[in-house]
Design a protein around this ligand. Structure first.
Ligand code: HPA
Length: 270
């Protein structure tokens, strides 16, 4: 594994001389945030040795390296999901690659379903904690001491300092953000009403099919993490309709302007 990571890192270094300190992973419907980058170098995932390619709809599969708000940033436009059939190690491979490139801060975005009536489609939620209901963990197996310890603490998986900065930016720009707890499931089937009620009763506010494996690996390697969810739909607790991918994308669109503002201002301030 470390050898594979080195090969990927060497390839990326051969394509860009940028030394990124901050990485962003863009979730469903949030791909266009990469278009804000100045001086971008675009590297398709398929060209990077050892990198798998996402099959999910609206996940572009490109790495974009460049500048944003004066910072060296690298964006993963599209992610791999466990439900695509990749292993936990495969879906988190890129996190270690980013770490080896020098990334110390990770901003991770996703689309999520709401388990609370006041977390409405289009709302932006700053993650303050998560519940892993995926039934597995990306750190199972031999520990890679080079990255971190065997039993990493998850007492603050999402940086409170970054959450507070985001809340200030939102208040100054007159838009709302809330805090929330994200529950990760494998998918690809959506949750039943009873499952949603269970997640709600144990303290989750949102449910989705990503993020948690990446966050665990990022925290293991000592990165500071900011998690941002866009509520794209109410979960089945609140209605009895099927969700469409179109609905999910439409609600991600509603939040996108404010997320762009949030990220641009945050990068100026960190
Ligand atoms: N459930 C799981 N994942 C999701 C949802 C949902 O309701 N919405 C967007 N991603």
């Amino acid at each position: 594994m470390p050898k594979m990571i080195n090969e990927s890192v060497e390839y990326i270094r051969s394509k860009t001389s940028s030394h990124p300190e901050i990485a962003m992973i863009l979730g469903t419907g949030l791909n266009t945030i990469a278009e804000m980058m100045e001086d971008p170098t675009i590297i398709p995932y398929r060209d990077i040795p050892n990198m798998k390619v996402s099959t999910a709809p609206s996940h572009a599969g490109k790495l974009v390296s460049g500048k944003l708000s004066g910072k060296n940033v690298i964006i993963m436009q599209g992610r791999l999901h466990f439900y695509e059939g990749y292993s936990m190690q495969e879906i988190t491979f890129s996190i270690r690659m980013l770490k080896m490139l020098g990334v110390e801060r990770l901003i991770i975005t996703n689309a999520a379903g709401s388990l609370r009536e006041n977390y409405k489609p289009g709302n932006i939620i700053l993650l303050e904690d998560h519940i892993n209901m995926m039934g597995t963990n990306p750190l199972i197996g031999k520990n890679l001491e080079k990255f971190g310890e065997r039993f990493p603490s998850l007492h603050e998986p999402y940086s409170l300092a970054l959450i507070k900065k985001c809340e200030k930016i939102a208040a100054n720009n007159d838009f709302e953000v809330k805090r929330g707890v994200y529950c990760a499931v494998t998918g690809p089937s959506l949750e039943t009403r009873s499952e949603c009620k269970m997640f709600q009763s144990v303290g989750a506010d949102l449910v989705g099919m990503s993020t948690v494996p990446e966050v665990i690996v990022a925290v293991h390697s000592g990165m500071e993490v900011l998690g941002i969810s866009v509520v794209t739909n109410y979960s089945n607790i609140f209605h009895s309709k099927a969700h469409s991918q179109e609905e999910i994308r439409k609600n991600a669109d509603i939040a996108r302007n404010n997320i762009e503002k949030l990220i641009k201002s945050l990068l100026e301030k960190i």
